[in-house]
Design a protein around this ligand. Structure first.
Ligand code: SF4
Length: 92
């Protein structure tokens, strides 16, 4: 089974502290509006709110740590296959 994961941020709840960027700068970046956004696999900042990007497997632990320590509780990791959230405020 392919359990590919993807991640998105709810910018409405982001506090802009940058913890996610410290943990996983390959995946997260603060934009000039002071909020965190995800980056594409090509390292491009995806500036539309709620944009989704794949989680590279080697970075999964860094992304999960970001989810756990995110003060806004606004980083969501879900399975690509069925969009079920596996890490984040909506995970079981
Ligand atoms: S850790 Fe959460 S609240 Fe902090 S910048 Fe990242 S997404 Fe925003």
């Amino acid at each position: 089974m392919n359990d590919a994961l993807e991640v998105w941020i709810d910018q409405e709840l982001c506090t802009g502290d940058g913890i996610c960027v410290q943990y996983a700068p390959e995946v997260f970046e603060l934009d000039i509006d002071g909020l965190a956004y995800v980056k594409s696999a090509e390292d491009e900042l995806l500036q539309s709110p709620g944009a989704v990007t794949p989680v590279p497997l080697p970075l999964l632990q860094d992304v999960v740590d970001s989810v756990k320590d995110c003060p806004g509780d606004c980083i969501h990791v879900r399975r690509v296959s069925d969009s079920v959230e596996v890490y984040g405020p909506d995970a079981d």
